[in-house]
Design a protein around this ligand. Sequence first.
Ligand code: ADP
Ligand code: MG
Length: 703
Amino acid sequence: MGYILDNDVKFLTGVGERRALLLQKELGIRTLGDLLYYFPFRYIDRSRIWRIGEIADDSLTYIQLRARITGFQHVGSGPKKRFIAVVADGSGTAELVWFKGINWIEKRLEAGREYIIFGRPAFFNGALNLVHPEVESVLEQANRFHAEVQGVYSTTEKLNNGQLGTKAIYTLMCNLWPQVEGHLRETLPGDVMSRYGLVPLRDALYNIHFPTSQQALRAAEYRLKFEELFGIQLNILREQRGRKARNDGFLFPAVGRFFNGFYNEKLPFPLTGAQKRVIREIRQDTVTGHQMNRLLQGDVGSGKTLVALMSMLLACDNGFQACLMAPTEILATQHHATLLRMLDGLGVRVELLTGSTRKSERTALAEDLLSGDVHILVGTHALIEDTVQFKNLGFVVIDEQHRFGVEQRARLWNKNRRPPHVLVMTATPIPRTLAMTLYGDLDVSVIDELPPGRKPIRTLHYRDAHRLQVFGFIRNEIKKGRQVYIVYPLIKESEKMDYKDLEDGYAGITQAFPPPEYVTVVVHGKMKPADKDYGMNLFKQGVAHIMIATSVIEVGVDVPNASIMVIESAERFGLSQLHQLRGRVGRGGEQSYCILMSGDKLSSDSRKRLAAMVRTTDGFELAEMDLQLRGPGDLSGTLQSGLAFDLKIASLGKDGQILTLARDAAERVLADDPELAKPQNKLLCELAAKYVSKKETDFSMIS
Ligand code: ADP
Ligand code: MG
């Protein structure tokens, strides 16, 4: 017989064919195990009984009262008909209100009797109101097992319509538990449980659904989060060890004429300490015989391109080719131009390949890549295509990697007989906890120092009502010879509306900044490349004073004279994204400004975000905060694709400490048994297997 948790959920009392289908479609629940691992998303404390007189406003989500019914009222007629029970507890009175099911409830309630009442408090004409509360007589309650802390399961509209609301799911759990309780198999070895103070699986699962106390609930959460993060870390670290155990990395022992020629003759400024350190790390990696997989984090403007360039020269010095992949055509073109300029006269051949490269050029390029005449290829996604073949690709740089899927990355590894070294560059400051989970198989380098002479950017927040004041300020700066970006949010779901915002904005701006005195260009993703280039060039050359753009387009634009960044509807952006946009200014010697424009009404989260932007320019601090406010799924809206798994209970933003423990535990186990092959680690091998997701299998192709 198989494991009971693998049984189909449809045979559980209270489920059946129709509900089974709903559970599967809405929540992905197919088996008893899936249901058992569907945890409440929050809990209500039912241990506390409030006094009516204590409740002063509607800020509490739920309250529990113990009160006696003093009278009934039928009010209104038709759809407005309602039934009211007035209750009192000695400290005050409250009204319980029903709009539906009036006959049924009226029969159940008795004047003069005392009830336990549970519901959401509201005030109506100064009186405390509970609409459709749960009501139970004190006697009934005393006769029933009652959880002090009660779980609330998240449901969907379809589930609610199919009579599978949170209460129904709770009832299913009650039916499920006695069936599975005696058959649960522990998933963690005893020594791990005792070392990290984890409660047994059975206790954890029981208390996560039916907490016997707050304390038991916390212990259950800790155990289940630990298990989840432990399983993930076992996989990630096992892969990392596997990669490091293989000796198939290309060797770059020589520092030759390309690297030295550039360093001695071309480098326009001294490297920052951080740049030097990272280049040293890369040099060390490429002489070990292991394939390098390195993530390079550095704020916008910190000089990552230079590090990439010098690493690629190292590859060329050792007889290898290199490529640099960028997420957009604009960025690829810009990198290509930068490289051409910096490498001029050194005899390094750099070529560009993008979606708009002509067929005839492609054919010629293909030949020169195969013969080895091209040293460095810069491009977009076009680089990935199988038709792009190298003679000897040894080094791959991926800029702003989060825009590439894991699969696409993997295709690059197959462009040589062994995988090339990989440097992934990102300006998104990824908090440590997230980096550990996302990129556990990458080594991380950080450029934590900006090139000298940069003035800190001043950030200001204005509400729409003060727009004229902002325009006045911009006019002044333009008079001083500065240029201005104005950025509009572009969020996928509402793309149409966003373009309308941008167009309306453009109309408003040209009214406030009329031509010919002011030149304004618009650049966005829906434009033809030629029109885009035209606009960009006008701005780069300093002809245009103002560039209006969407948040997507501008990644990597480098115009030192642009010193003002205006972000429209700033409340719609995540902190990391705001920070990245801000990094587009502050590259010249002038004082730069970032102006956050927002609506007049702001949620408290939005207010916190904007205040944080005004307060600090530290990208890591902001990223940590973003993670806590919005959760990792929203981290600059771009990192989700990097998450190779769904977390059921742990939160990367909040459970950093548990993650550290889980990682420590995984390291201990693997140090002794790298392949999890020993019989005593059978449980762990199974646990790890549970957390190998499809995406992660792709990840393993990397190593
Ligand atoms: P990133 O890609 O990290 O955002 P870039 O590589 O585009 O940053 O560099 C931003 C600007 O700083 C470029 O104009 C570059 O030439 C300049 N820069 C890079 N390194 C240094 C340095 N060590 N000293 C002075 N300027 C530098
Ligand atoms: Mg860059």
